[in-house]
Design a protein around this ligand. Structure first.
Ligand SMILES: C[S@@+](CC[C@H](N)C(=O)[O-])C[C@H]1O[C@@H](n2cnc3c(N)ncnc32)[C@H](O)[C@@H]1O
Length: 205
């Protein structure tokens, strides 16, 4: 996966994305992300790889200062259309190289992005960098165990072509950043725990 390919594949996904990933079991899983959100009115929240804005539909966005980024203009346009009369700021930006200053946001939400970006380690570091100390990070994604099964190893390249990686291991990402973040919650949400809700707090700059 690289940015150019993601741009193409998410252009193709954009007209049908919500019909698959914003209904049924996916919608039920998303709803659990914001049951008890770890942020407060008037705080600044960053949605990384916001896509069509599926998550934004699930919280009272008028209470927050929301910035939402995505690499794909086609996905972003879907979100812009949904939220055109709001103060949400949509920006086309690479999640692996954000132009925000460090410690800019009270909370960062990353749904189905670490498994999509070409370099999840870099993206994770960026999400931590722009988060304020004591700020919260909500991650909703599919992660693989440290040892990938044979079947997954075989289908992984084909799934990647569709714009996502089934081989990203969260524990690796956490281990690399354990001095900066602390795990608060780790909840299986979908498909036998393949999809998880992970809540982290930033402990250092
Ligand atoms: C599976 S979708 C998830 C969208 C949304 N967060 C959701 O939960 O429905 C992945 C999104 O990541 C975006 N994306 C891919 N590479 C990116 C990058 N380097 N920087 C920012 N966004 C990226 C895609 O354009 C797409 O909108």
């Amino acid at each position: 996966m690289n940015n150019r390919w993601n741009e193409i594949i998410y252009k193709l996904w954009s007209p049908v994305y919500d019909r698959i990933f914003n209904t049924g079991k996916f919608l039920e899983a998303r709803q659990k992300l914001f049951h008890h959100p770890p942020f407060h009115p008037q705080q600044r929240i960053l949605f990384v790889g916001v896509g069509t804005g599926a998550d934004l539909e699930l919280l009272d966005h008028s209470q927050f200062w929301i910035t939402a980024i995505d690499y794909s203009n086609d996905m972003l346009q879907k979100a812009r259309d949904k939220f055109k009369d709001t103060k949400i700021e949509f920006i086309q930006m690479d999640a692996q190289q954000m132009s925000f200053a460090e410690n800019s946001f009270d909370a960062v939400v990353g749904s189905l992005i670490l498994s999509v970006v070409p370099d999840p380690e870099r993206c994770m570091k960026e999400m931590i960098r722009v988060l304020k100390p004591q700020g919260s990070m909500i991650i909703f994604d599919k992660f693989s165990p440290p040892k990938i099964s044979l079947i997954k190893r075989m289908i992984r390249p084909f799934v990647k072509v569709m714009g996502t990686d089934i081989g990203v291991n969260f524990e690796n990402l956490y281990e690399q950043n354990h001095e900066a973040i602390i795990l608060k919650e780790d909840e299986p949400l979908l498909f036998n725990g393949m999809y998880r809700k992970i809540l982290l707090t930033k402990i250092r700059r």
